[in-house]
Ligand binder design. Structure first.
Ligand code: PXL
Length: 342
């Protein structure tokens, strides 16, 4: 279930959420908080759904359809925040919170006088919260100029009550060649970081929604937070590479063309990785590897060609008392780098 705003240009909000849910093979229900009259340059008008109707959407949908995960996007004002909290306060499954404060075009999407209530009531129900750098600065009140400050801000947001914090580094104004995203899970665990080359595309719209919707989808499919982080990162990277300029303003990140396929491939890669770790731990398995080494290959169901097959690059090698497995790509999961190795 996504509880978010409608974007008439369909690059962000409910529309992006639903595209990502479908792309990744999960079914999404949609609860609308606000309607925006929007194009790729601006938002000209916003209509907030009346509280009673907003509440009825959630109650009626939940009565019959039980979500594995709920994702929150634009909540806009106090009355919506209070209704969400009163209904979802003790929801047992994961809640993914995308703390949308402004649109990509700079329009406010959370009332200024609702911010403290948002911090107090919504952040603590987040299984994971996914601020960009600007939102992380506002939530933590820490200015972020380097990785150390990014970690400090994540800790601060964790201390507000979110169980996991992902800070997305894409809005880094220093224009580093690398974009770094960070997952903070626990005070006793090193934050997990994923770096990507910065893509040479202009401002885009909808990336945050696609990212948090992907996190929600992977959690719903049973991946843990760390796996969901990696998979969503790769998913959004692909969507960004596939951005389109649909109007005369910002580009929209566009996950659609090849996605459902991707989710199957993601799954196969994760399973291959797990299988390889199991083989590595299996005593005496090395004895089964012939001189010619061993191919180890997984495939999606009904593969059409070698793009649908993933294998261990360089084959499994007998080291005399164990096996060596050249890395089964991790940081580059997207479909384009899917390995076809025979
Ligand atoms: O990208 C954040 C966002 C979320 N939800 C809606 C939006 C936007 C940005 O414009 O319009 C409805």
């Amino acid at each position: 279930m996504t509880i978010a705003g409608s974007d008439s240009s369909a690059g962000a909000g409910i529309q992006a959420d639903l595209k990502t849910f479908s792309a990744l093979g999960v079914y999404g229900t949609t609860i609308i908080t606000t309607l925006t009259a929007q194009n790729t340059k601006t938002i000209s008008d916003i209509l907030v759904v009346p509280p009673k109707f907003f509440r009825n959407q959630i109650i009626t949908t939940l009565e019959d359809i039980k979500p594995d995960v709920i994702k929150l996007g634009v909540l806009y004002n106090k009355s919506i925040i209070k209704i969400v909290k009163s209904i979802l306060g003790d929801f047992k499954n994961p809640i993914v919170v995308d703390p949308v404060l402004y649109s990509g075009t700079g329009i406010k999407l959370l009332d200024e006088d609702s911010f403290e209530l948002f911090k107090r009531e919504i952040v603590p129900i987040a299984h994971v919260i996914t601020p960009n750098l600007r939102e992380a600065e506002l939530l933590s009140r820490i200015r972020i100029t380097n990785r150390h400050e990014m970690t400090k801000a994540a800790l601060q947001i964790f201390n507000l009550g979110a169980s996991n914090v992902i800070i997305k580094g894409g809005h880094d104004s220093s224009k580093h060649a690398k974009v770094m995203d960070l997952l903070f899970r626990d005070k006793n665990l090193e934050p997990q970081q994923i770096g990507h080359e910065r893509l040479e595309i202009g401002d885009t719209h909808g990336t945050g929604c696609n990212f948090s919707a992907a996190i929600a989808s992977f959690l719903a499919k049973g991946y843990n937070i760390s796996e969901s982080f990696q998979l969503s990162n790769s998913y959004v990277y692909e969507a960004l590479k596939n951005s389109k300029q649909i109007g005369n303003g910002v580009f929209v990140s566009n996950p659609l063309d090849h996605i459902y396929d991707n989710s199957e491939k993601f799954k196969v890669l994760m399973e291959l990785q797990t299988a390889v770790s199991k083989l590595e731990k299996m005593p005496n398995f090395f004895e089964l590897i012939p001189e010619t080494k061993t191919n180890f290959v997984y495939s999606i169901e009904m593969p059409k060609n070698s793009d649908d097959v993933a294998g261990v690059l360089g084959r499994l090698i007998d080291l005399g008392n164990s096996i060596r497995t050249p890395n089964v790509v991790h940081s580059e999961l997207p479909c384009k780098s899917f390995l076809a190795q025979f």
